[in-house]
Design a protein around this ligand. Structure first.
Ligand code: F6P
Length: 320
C-alpha cells in the first residue's frame, strides 16, 4: 500500500482533528502518502481532495471540529454517487480509506468497500457514543464535559432563584450523553430513551426534594427521550414550580477536545493505518476495556450499543 485517503463524515466531534493528525503522521512515518478528502462523501464524489503532509496537520491537535470539514451526503447513498467516488479513487491512486464518523458513515463505507473492493477502516467519531464494538467514541468525552460545564453554570442561577431547570441534551437515539453528564453533574432526574420514565414520579421526587430543603433541581433530558420544552411544561403544570428549559444544542459539539478524546483519537487513528497496511478491510477500530481492538463492520452496523444500567441506577441512588 502506497497511498491512503482519509475523510470525516456525519456530525463533527471534538477530537476528529487529533485523529486526522494521527492518521496522516502515522502513515507518513511508514512511508505512505495521504490524500485528505474534504466534506466527507460529498468531497469524495466531487473530487474535493488533495495531498496532505506533516505540516497540513500542524497545530490542529487542540482544535475542535474537523479541518477536513464534514457533510451528510445523500448522493453517496446511491450507486451512481458511489461510482463517481470510485472514479476518484482511481484518479488519485487511493489504495485504502480511513473513514472517521458515526454509524451512517460506516454504512456508506461498508457498502462502498464491498461494491468496489476498496479497503476501508472506520474510526468511531461522534458525540453520541452510540456505536457497538467500542466503549467510547471520539468526541463523547468532550461533549459530556461541555454539558457538565453548562450544568455547573445553570446550577448557580438555579440555586439563586430557587428554580427547577430542564436541560435537553443531544445524543440522537442514545441516552449516553445525558447519563454520563447527569451522573457527573448531579442531576436530580435523567430521562433517557433506553429507560421508561413517568413525569408524575419525577414531580413527586421534586416535591420531596423541596420538603427536605433543596433549593433547586436539574433534570437532564436526552433528545431521544422527550422534548425538553414539553417536559418543562408538564413539570410546571403538575408542580407549579418556576421551571426553565435550556436546550444546549450544538454548543455540545464544539470546543477544545479533552485529553481523553485526543488520546483515544491518536490511538484509533494510528491503529486504522496499521490495519490498512496489514491488508485488513471492512473493520472498525474501537476501544474495549482500555485495549484498541478491531471489529468487523457486520458486528457493528445496526447493532445496539446499550447504556450502562449500573451507572443509571447509581445516578438514581445518588440523587435521592
Ligand atoms: O450525531 C451527532 C448529533 O449531534 C446528534 O446528537 C444530533 O441529534 C445530531 O447530530 C444533530 O445533527 P445536525 O448537526 O445535522 O443538526
Amino acid at each position: 500500500m502506497q497511498r491512503i485517503g482519509v475523510l470525516t463524515s456525519g456530525g463533527d466531534a471534538s477530537g476528529m482533528n487529533s485523529c486526522i493528525r494521527a492518521v496522516v503522521r502515522k502513515a507518513i512515518y511508514h512511508g505512505l502518502e495521504v490524500i485528505g478528502i474534504r466534506r466527507g462523501y460529498s468531497g469524495f464524489i466531487d473530487a474535493d481532495m488533495g495531498p496532505m503532509n506533516l505540516g497540513s496537520v500542524a497545530d490542529i491537535i487542540s482544535r475542535g471540529g474537523t479541518i477536513l470539514h464534514t457533510a451528510r451526503s445523500e448522493r453517496f447513498k446511491t450507486k451512481e454517487g458511489r461510482a463517481l467516488a470510485m472514479e476518484n479513487v482511481e484518479r488519485f491512486g487511493i489504495q485504502g480509506l480511513v473513514v472517521i464518523g458515526g454509524d451512517g458513515s460506516f454504512t456508506g463505507a461498508s457498502i462502498f468497500s464491498q461494491e468496489h473492493g476498496v479497503p476501508v477502516i472506520c474510526v468511531p467519531g461522534t458525540i453520541d457514543n452510540d456505536i457497538a464494538g467500542t466503549d467510547y467514541t471520539i468526541g463523547f468525552d468532550t461533549a459530556v464535559n461541555n454539558v457538565v460545564d453548562a450544568i455547573n453554570k445553570i446550577r448557580d442561577t438555579a440555586t439563586s432563584h430557587e428554580r427547577t431547570f430542564v436541560i435537553e441534551v443531544m445524543g440522537r437515539n442514545s441516552g449516553n450523553i445525558a447519563l454520563a453528564a447527569g451522573l457527573a453533574g448531579g442531576a436530580e432526574s435523567i430521562l433517557i430513551p433506553e429507560i421508561p420514565f413517568n413525569v408524575e414520579d419525577i414531580c413527586k421526587k421534586l416535591l420531596n426534594g423541596i420538603k427536605r430543603g433543596k433549593l433547586h433541581s436539574v433534570i437532564l433530558v436526552a433528545e431521544g427521550a422527550a422534548s425538553g420544552l414539553e417536559i418543562g411544561q408538564q413539570i410546571k403544570a403538575l408542580t407549579g414550580f418556576d421551571t426553565k428549559v435550556t436546550i444546549l444544542g450544538h454548543l455540545q459539539r464544539g470546543g477544545i477536545p479533552t485529553a481523553f478524546d485526543r488520546i483515544l483519537a491518536a490511538r484509533l487513528g494510528a491503529r486504522a493505518v496499521e490495519l490498512l497496511m496489514a491488508g485488513e478491510t471492512h473493520k472498525m477500530v474501537g476501544i474495549r476495556a482500555g485495549e484498541i481492538v478491531a471489529t468487523d463492520l457486520t458486528e457493528v452496523l445496526g447493532k445496539p450499543s446499550p447504556i450502562n444500567k449500573d451507572m443509571y441506577h447509581l445516578a438514581r441512588i445518588l440523587s435521592i
